[in-house]
Ligand binder design. Sequence first.
Ligand SMILES: NC(=O)c1ccc[n+]([C@@H]2O[C@H](COP(=O)([O-])OP(=O)(O)OC[C@H]3O[C@@H](n4cnc5c(N)ncnc54)[C@H](OP(=O)(O)O)[C@@H]3O)[C@@H](O)[C@H]2O)c1
Length: 294
Amino acid sequence: MTRTIVIAGGTTGMGRAIALDRLRRGDRVVAIGRSETNARELAEAAAEEDRRRLTFLRADLSTLAENDRVAAEIASSHGAIDALVLCANRHNRARTTTADGLEATFALYYLSRFLLGEALREQLADGGGVVVNVAAPGIKAGSVRWDDLQFERGYRGLKAQLQAGRLNDLLGVGFAAAHGADSPIRYVLFHPGFTRSGTASLSPPARTLIRLLGAVAALSPARAVEPILPLLDDPPHAPLTAIDRGRPVSLDLPTFDPGDARRLRALTEELVSRLRQRGCYSIATPTEAVNQAT
Ligand SMILES: NC(=O)c1ccc[n+]([C@@H]2O[C@H](COP(=O)([O-])OP(=O)(O)OC[C@H]3O[C@@H](n4cnc5c(N)ncnc54)[C@H](OP(=O)(O)O)[C@@H]3O)[C@@H](O)[C@H]2O)c1
């Protein structure tokens, strides 16, 4: 059976490794990213006979309008979705704001994942699908700044990354709670461990250091995603599962607090509704889908 796998951030690193594996298995893959060059390299890495099952959607997922646009395009071009894999992320050394005026790490690493999961839930439900949110479940470092989620004070790139990782833990809890135990959609929070990817946006010295460390201590993207692949064919039974490098993570950890998850979901819904009222659609870029099929 040909399955449909949507990968946000599917053009490099772990998203790319999952895309290539699924194409080899005969699935349809929709890879979302910003760079045509990365998309072309992904297509070239796939076997020629697999490329016609690869669609690249170019989008900047750090804006509300772009998330809405790609979700609408996916919903109109594909029926049921078997898996939505969330990998898009970028390290921002200095505080950066998006076209919507949001702090960029919050917007891409957290809010986009909320938006895509919600916008594609009908298609996921039709396929009895699974959402795999690749982040850092259970991580104890960092904290959630409830009074300053977008780091208007004291921004540090690493702190913003750690916070967004924790917001994704709460996102998983909130998604499972909001859609109920009877929902056919399964949500998996996945920690890949230290992987030889994701260094493109680091400063040159940090990139060199991480690459040197990575050469001895990190997994290749293909190895890091190995525990994800069986979950795409056979999702766990529980509405929410957290996994760290193949091992289960207890959902009793404080980072999965249900009260915090409800609070974050309410804040997020309010933020999204405010952005929509403000008419963030005015900044939407024209529809653009580049199908890599020849
Ligand atoms: N690498 C690690 O050691 C590690 C450890 C723990 C957790 N993780 C998590 O694992 C996930 C995947 O990491 P990775 O190392 O595979 O990262 P990566 O190689 O940097 O891949 C990031 C992907 O996101 C896309 N992207 C970046 N900005 C985007 C935007 N504004 N709009 C749309 N797409 C965008 C990139 O494509 P374009 O550049 O073409 O846009 C690329 O496809 C991340 O969430 C990361 O936090 C990684």
